[in-house]
Each structure stands twice: as structure tokens, then as C-alpha cells.
Write a protein that binds this ligand. Structure first.
Ligand code: IPM
Ligand code: MG
Length: 370
């Protein structure tokens, strides 16, 4: 029997811990019921780490993240820590994980579940059957570019600076991920930048085109300006298969894409690094939604996005596609049965709590595996 997978679980803040509690039940279910086993270790990130250690992630936690097989994260942040200096805000814990683990490719699928078509703010015919994948560059661009900061000017006013910067290798490696994914899906990639105003966008477009010509000319490639892409996502999202874009545009466009599907509470994400000499790839999985402090601790949160993030881990990190299918099928069946958490409740559906959603999914897993 294969050795256990080592997982670092970082529930974080707000609704993070309560959704993670439900996901841990599913991990335990796999541990006892399926061929795959997990060794779980739980630790602090974000505001929870600030409260205990004064920093949003400790070096010791980082060391664990660097050595485990994969990391599962809940969410970070909340009003309690809003006034802290920038460098020690909860979000810096997440950004350090991404940067130090070199997780340059962020996969954000936007999938519209049939049962939730009516939960979208868009017309059903625009979103039904929607299945797009946004590949967001995650360790470069304006999020990390230097120089950055706020400086005082001689006249007493101030200047805030951030730098958008990309190099050839940074563009090529994330584009490769997008092209490889497209080959397993609809075989189309749309590369998104602002080449009309930014040199980094001109370079992005040129490098993606070069890579395409050299290695991926079997994949259909198009280019789009980011503002147009935002508009097209709302006008006709089904025109897209895979979108590849930089860190900041990807942050914005993935929120738009997420909302097309009816609920942020449904969408998972994977953040992947390069493949090392041992053939291993660092990875972190997290829901697209945030810590939602306003609804934390009330049983209102939807655990599905984090659960589907675990399913992505099974698929992308452990090559356990059929186990991932099982989780996704269980989620689908529970939704089809009309059970809904508060965020996706609709007339005629049955409103249930975070924990009851966990119960329903576990019962469905039992049924499917029987
Ligand atoms: C995201 C979030 C983060 C980001 C924040 C929490 C730092 O919005 O993962 O999309 O901007 O990348
Ligand atoms: Mg975001």
C-alpha cells in the first residue's frame, strides 16, 4: 500500500476553521474508506497566527509547508487586524506561502453547477454549462515588483509606488501550464494583458505567442485586453476555455468569473509550483472566497469550495482523478437533492447549516462508495 500523503492544514480566520472542520471529516472518510491515507498536521496562518505569535505565519510553519506533500488553506483576514502595518497583515501570510513555495500557477475553475444556474445574477442561458479555467500568474507582477512603497515628497505630499514587472521565464512557465491544461479540456487559450498601454503586456503577448508557435501550435490561441476580457466574461462567458493572465488581472477576472457561477462559496483553487528534480511539485489548495468575518461562527458558511479544493488536490497533486470525481459527484448529488447553505439557498430548496452540509456530503459519499 502506498505511504500516507502528508498534508498541512491551515484553517486561518473567519469561516476558515468551520469549513475546514467539514473538509477534515471528508479527509478522514478517505483515510478509512479508500486506498489513500493522509497524515494531517494543523497549524496557524493569518490573524490566528498574529494573535498567537505576532506574525501572520511563523518560520516553523513555513518549514512545514515546504516539506509536506501539499497544503490545504481556509481563508485569512478580518476587521480585527485591518489596522496593522502592511507587513504583518494576515494576507502577508498567504502571500509568503505563495512566494516562498514558488507557487506561480494559480488555477481557478469557474464551473456552473446545473442545480445552481438560477443562483447566478446572469441569465440562465448565459451561464448554464459554463466551464472555464482561469490560470493566474501568482508570484510576480505588481504584487511583488520592486520598487514599492510610500514615500514623502519635499512638498509634504506623498507618493505610493508599485511596479508591474515580468520576465520571459515567468511568462513562459505559467503559459505552459495553461497550454497543457487546454489540451486536456477545450484546447483553447485566451491570453490576457494590456499590451495597448503596458510594456510588460507587450512582452507577455510576445512570449506567449513565441511559446505557442514553438511548442503548442495544436492549441488555439487568442489574445485579449484585460478590460475587454472583463466585459466579455459578463457578456458571453462560454466563449472562453482557458484564460491565462498576470497576477493582478487574474485576481480581478477570477472574482468576476466566480460570481458568474452563482456563488463564491462554490469555487476551489489550486496553486502549483514547478516540478523539482525528484518529480515533485509544491502545491497549495484554497477556496476562492475569503474569510467572510461577517458570517463566521454561525453555521452559515458553505464548505463546498474548500471541499472542492481538496478534490483538486486529489486530482492535481496525487493523480487520484477517480477519487476527485467521487467528491465532485457527491457535491453535485447533494445540490441536486435541493440541500443548500445560506449563500445558495433558493425558493423550494432546503436551507441547511455548514455542519449539515458536511453530514449530507458524507452520507452521499457512503452511498456512492457502497
Ligand atoms: C485572492 C485574494 C488575495 C489576492 C488576497 C487575500 C491577498 O484576493 O486570492 O484572490 O489578492 O491574491
Ligand atoms: Mg482576489
Amino acid at each position: 500500500m502506498a505511504s500516507n500523503k502528508k498534508l498541512l492544514v491551515l484553517p486561518g480566520d473567519g469561516i476558515g476553521p468551520e469549513v475546514m472542520t467539514q473538509v477534515r471529516r471528508v479527509v478522514d472518510w478517505f483515510d478509512t474508506r479508500q486506498a489513500v491515507g493522509f497524515d494531517l498536521e494543523e497549524d496557524l496562518v493569518g490573524g490566528a497566527a498574529i494573535d498567537k505569535h505576532g506574525v501572520p505565519i511563523t518560520d516553523a510553519t513555513m518549514d512545514k509547508a515546504m516539506t509536506v506533500d501539499s497544503v490545504l488553506l481556509g481563508a485569512v483576514g478580518g476587521p480585527k487586524w485591518d489596522d496593522l502595518p502592511f507587513e504583518v497583515k494576515p494576507e502577508r501570510g498567504l502571500l509568503r506561502l505563495r512566494k516562498d513555495m514558488q507557487l506561480f500557477a494559480n488555477l481557478r475553475p469557474a464551473l456552473c453547477f446545473d442545480a445552481l444556474v438560477s443562483a447566478s445574477t446572469l441569465k440562465p442561458e448565459v451561464v448554464s454549462g459554463l466551464d472555464i479555467m482561469i490560470v493566474r500568474e501568482l508570484t510576480g507582477g505588481v504584487y511583488f515588483g520592486e520598487p514599492r512603497g510610500i514615500e514623502n515628497l519635499p512638498d509634504g505630499s506623498r507618493r505610493g509606488i508599485n511596479t508591474q514587472v515580468y520576465t520571459t521565464p515567468e511568462i513562459v512557465r505559467v503559459a505552459q501550464v495553461a497550454f497543457d491544461l487546454a489540451r486536456k479540456r477545450g484546447n483553447r487559450v485566451c491570453s490576457v494583458e494590456k499590451a495597448n498601454v503596458m510594456e510588460s503586456g507587450v512582452l507577455w503577448r510576445e512570449e506567449v505567442s513565441k511559446l505557442h508557435a514553438a511548442e503548442y501550435n495544436d492549441v488555439e490561441l487568442s489574445h485579449m485586453y484585460a478590460d475587454n476580457c472583463a466585459m466579455q466574461l459578463v457578456r458571453d462567458p462560454k466563449q472562453f476555455d482557458v484564460i491565462v493572465t498576470d497576477n493582478l488581472f487574474g485576481d480581478i477576472l477570477s472574482d468576476t468569473a466566480a460570481m458568474l457561477t452563482g456563488s463564491l462559496g462554490m469555487l476551489p483553487s489550486a496553486s502549483l509550483g514547478g516540478i523539482d528534480a525528484q518529480g515533485r511539485r509544491k502545491s497549495l489548495y484554497e477556496p476562492v472566497h475569503g474569510s467572510a468575518p461577517d458570517i463566521a461562527g454561525q453555521g452559515l458558511a458553505n464548505p463546498i469550495a474548500t471541499l472542492l479544493s481538496f478534490a483538486m488536490m486529489l486530482r492535481y497533486s496525487f493523480d487520484l482523478g477517480s477519487d476527485a470525481d467521487l467528491v465532485e459527484q457527491a457535491v453535485q448529488n447533494v445540490l441536486n437533492s435541493g440541500k443548500r447553505t445560506a449563500d445558495i439557498v433558493a425558493p423550494g430548496s432546503e436551507r441547511i447549516s455548514t455542519g449539515q452540509m458536511g453530514d449530507a456530503i458524507l452520507a452521499e459519499l457512503d452511498r456512492l462508495a457502497a
